[in-house]
Write a protein that binds this ligand. Structure first.
Ligand SMILES: Nc1ncnc2c1ncn2[C@@H]1O[C@H](COP(=O)(O)OP(=O)(O)OP(=O)(O)O)[C@@H](O)[C@H]1O
Ligand SMILES: [Mg+2]
Length: 466
């Protein structure tokens, strides 16, 4: 048993299939050979009896005339007619052999090995010579009611055995071919299955690693953010308090305003960090995801257009119900749109951002994608983009928190966010390829998947939650 568990997956599969084929083909071969043997033996018996009886019907004239030469000719003709006829001989009523087909003398043991009965039909008896098995037929020769003698005919069973062997070889050949073909197919199937399982294990390992990394980073970021929050509030409070006492338009007041502005930027960062570390529970209500996406798109469409970027949003006709915190999810859509805008405007030009939303009922997932044909994400950066503070943007332009915060929010919703770059063909919308050259880069797509839920009216849900 231990030996079996140590075998390769494909070997185990092949052994199993081979065992099934052998277990089915062996009894089948036995059954077939037995059925064939019975059918052939029956046919042999009928044929031998008919031949013996027909010779017995022709023999009386020659027996009465004592024409043993003609009797011998008849016997020889009969033997020559059937390839499996071993011998033919004719006895008189006293049992003496009058004519036979044996070339090296008549074997006397055969003389009384079989005898015809009182009836006119031939009697069959199975004889075993040690070398072969044969059916001996004894047909009585009558002239009227007078018994003149007996015709004896020996039919070999070797031919039957040859036929059965041929059948067994045919079954063995078909089973062998089936076995060979099955082993090849099973090996191919096992190899492709093993490849698929390995890829899936690798994906799960990567996801687990990413999740563990995010959790420890989240804890760290959350802890630091929490500690910074208090001194930051004091700095902000004092800078505002001191401004009240400072002279309007004076240098001191300007400096204090700068401190207040920078402290507020820090507070935003701290708030994002706390969001990423999931220290705030999201408020989940059932809603049509399309509403929040549409609102966000509407909000930014104009400013994006000023920078030469159009938004092509196709959200479908049917509502896509998911349980979520509308404000937090809007933050996710906003971060993704902002990133796409930056990617498209990194170099001169502009472009199109394609936003799609659909329900994948089979997988029970709402799927939102934000695709652009901007600068794309370098392969070496793809594993880092969700890390807090990872940014490829110039200092002061990006804090590197947008995606990590979005990651935390989507995870809190029981969903997942992933990115693919270069932009896969299926996300390339017609409006993207329609714009000649503008902002065209390798591009990328961000896909957010959230659990679907059965639809209820959003207004109803909001009222219920107060
Ligand atoms: N659509 C995109 N195209 C190309 N690169 C992208 C895209 N979205 C994100 N990235 C890459 O992922 C990095 C991290 O993104 P993230 O939103 O977390 O931070 P950021 O945009 O740099 O800063 P922030 O969002 O905090 O202002 C980006 O700096 C960029 O390199
Ligand atoms: Mg960003």
């Amino acid at each position: 048993m231990r030996f079996f568990t140590r075998l390769k997956f494909s070997t185990k599969l092949n052994l199993g299939v081979a065992a099934i084929i052998l277990l089915t083909s062996l009894p089948l071969a036995l059954l077939l050979s037995r059925m064939a043997a019975r059918a052939l033996a029956g046919e042999n018996a009928d044929r031998g009896r008919i031949l013996a009886e027909s010779l017995a019907a022709r023999a009386p004239d020659f027996l009465l005339a004592g024409d043993y030469l003609r009797l011998k000719n008849l016997a020889d003709e009969l033997k020559a007619a059937g390839g499996d006829i071993d011998y033919v001989f004719i006895q008189n009523s006293a049992g003496d052999v009058l004519a036979h087909t044996f070339e090296r003398g008549f074997p006397t043991v055969l003389r009384d090995a079989n005898a015809a009965g009182a009836e006119k039909r031939a009697v069959r008896r199975l004889l075993d010579t040690g070398e072969e098995r044969l059916d001996d037929f004894a047909a009585p020769v009558y002239a009227g009611e007078e018994r003149l003698g007996t015709v004896r005919l020996g039919v070999s069973r070797a031919k039957i055995q040859t036929e059965i062997n041929r059948l067994l070889w045919a079954v063995a050949g078909v089973s062998g071919a089936a076995l060979g073909l099955t082993v090849i197919l099973t090996s191919l199937f096992a190899a492709s299955l093993a490849r698929r399982i390995n890829t899936q294990i690798k994906t799960y390992q990567d996801q687990l690693l990413q999740a563990q990394k995010m959790e420890s980073l989240g804890k760290l970021a959350g802890g630091v953010a929490h500690e910074i929050n208090t001194p930051l509030s004091i700095i902000l409070g004092y800078s505002q308090l001191l401004q009240e006492g400072a002279q309007e338009g004076g240098q001191l007041r300007e400096d204090l305003k700068l401190i207040e502005k920078q402290a507020k930027i820090c507070r935003k960062i701290v708030s994002d960090l706390l969001g990423f570390s999931r220290q705030r529970e999201p408020l989940l209500i059932e809603m049509d995801l399309r509403a929040g996406i549409e609102e966000t798109v509407k909000m930014v469409r104009h400013t994006f257009a000023l920078r030469g970027v159009a938004i092509d949003s196709e959200l479908g006709d049917a509502p896509v119900w998911a349980a979520g915190d509308p404000e937090k999810l809007k933050q996710v859509w906003m971060n993704l749109l902002d990133n796409a805008l930056d990617a498209l405007t990194a170099s001169e030009g502009g472009g199109v951002i394609a936003v799609r939303c659909r329900a994948d009922a089979e997988r029970g997932r709402a799927v939102v994608s934000v695709a652009d044909t901007g600068s794309g994400i370098a392969a070496s950066d793809q594993s880092k983009i969700f890390d807090p503070f990872f940014s490829t943007k110039p200092t002061g332009k990006g804090t590197g928190l947008g995606l990590s915060v979005s990651f935390g929010i989507v995870q809190d919703h029981g969903g997942a966010v992933s990115a693919a770059s270069p932009l896969p063909e299926e996300f390339l919308s017609r409006s993207m390829s329609g714009l000649p050259g503008s902002g065209r880069g390798p591009g990328c797509v961000f896909i957010v998947e959230l659990p679907l839920c059965c639809g209820v009216d959003i207004a109803e849900a909001s009222t219920a939650l107060g």
